[in-house]
Write a protein that binds this ligand. Sequence first.
Ligand code: SF4
Length: 415
Amino acid sequence: METKNRIITRTVRIGKNLLMGGGNPIVVQTMCNTHTSDVEATVAQIRELSEAGAELVRITVPGLQDVPKVKEIMEILRSEGNFVPVVADIHFSADTAIAVAPLVEKVRINPGNFHKNYETARELFIKFIAVCKQHDTAIRIGVNYGSLGAQITEKFGNTPLGMAMAALDWIKMCEQEGFHNYVVSLKASNTVTMSRAYSSLINLLKESDMEIPPMHVGVTEAGGGDTGRIKSCVGIATVLSEGIGDTIRVSLTEPPVNEIPVARYLAHAEKGDPMLDAAITWGPKLLKGEIDRIPEDAGVSQYLDDEIMQAARRRFYKPDYIACPGCGRTMYNLQETFEQVKARTSHLKDIVIAVMGCIVNGPGEMADADWGYVGEGGGKVSIYKKGQPILRHVPDYEAIDKLLELITQHTEEDL
Ligand code: SF4
């Protein structure tokens, strides 16, 4: 991978010992897919992930009822001498973010989701910052494509620039509050969108003459298997090749421990895996428009050529799948269902199918999908078409059949 000189960001300290940004080595991180309410399973997974090389581990905290569980998890880990910094992943609930901030090393939030009303969201974010300041807790401002809020989309659309502007807004607020212990991410499942969003934000910060915070880089909902690995490498390597990136997460719809070798490969610029090397070499050139195809004499197999071209969104030889990695909010056996959906839809073309673990975040995070399979909980599934639910409460044992039925019916109607 040709890498520009790394952009020097501000150094942020996560917990006592982990330094992120400021030219420090790229931090490898991942996220548990256990239910946080299951303390034993979550502690066991954090242990497994930290032993496998995760330097930072995230756990989901769906609501206030889970905060005491986080306390228990932290106490057990620390009493065992495991000091891996833990990140609490919060969606929507400012109360939960505020309650959990004193217990963990870092909290990931999308402040825009704190409230539908922008002014209220700002007020809640300021309250949250004050708590983080008091307890020396770091923050990740996690902006995701598809959940930017009307305030941004009305002016900039659902675009990479819109993502960068949303982040800039919250960055400015942190600075105004004198809070500097934060990291920023701009994630999308579309590699073109995510890579452009990071470049846009860096340009905006440079234009404003502002110090650049550490950047957390990742492709969301990349799926699993070769496709998920290739898509992640294409997107993340492109951003790294621009000199951007202080921490990375490879999201795979697989056990989270499988993410770590791929993330380490990217973070440490390793070589020797032909598939990852091809994705890392050719993906950035394709995404940045330096080439239109992988040269024939590059020694890349037809299969890898197809996969890399699709990951770079240059040629689609099979459906594009979006699948979340799963977390403590996941409502069903995500990996098994995703494999079944892929097996039964692989004959389709020019279609984006999303398989999402929960109804809370799934719909927002699959903004580009033509079709969505979203777990509701209690063995029920919602089926979405172009971001709108068209069938709710479908029993999971018949949901894939229904999805296929609807796709066929709508394809025929569209003909
Ligand atoms: S969409 Fe998937 S990864 Fe995101 S919160 Fe829901 S279950 Fe977790």
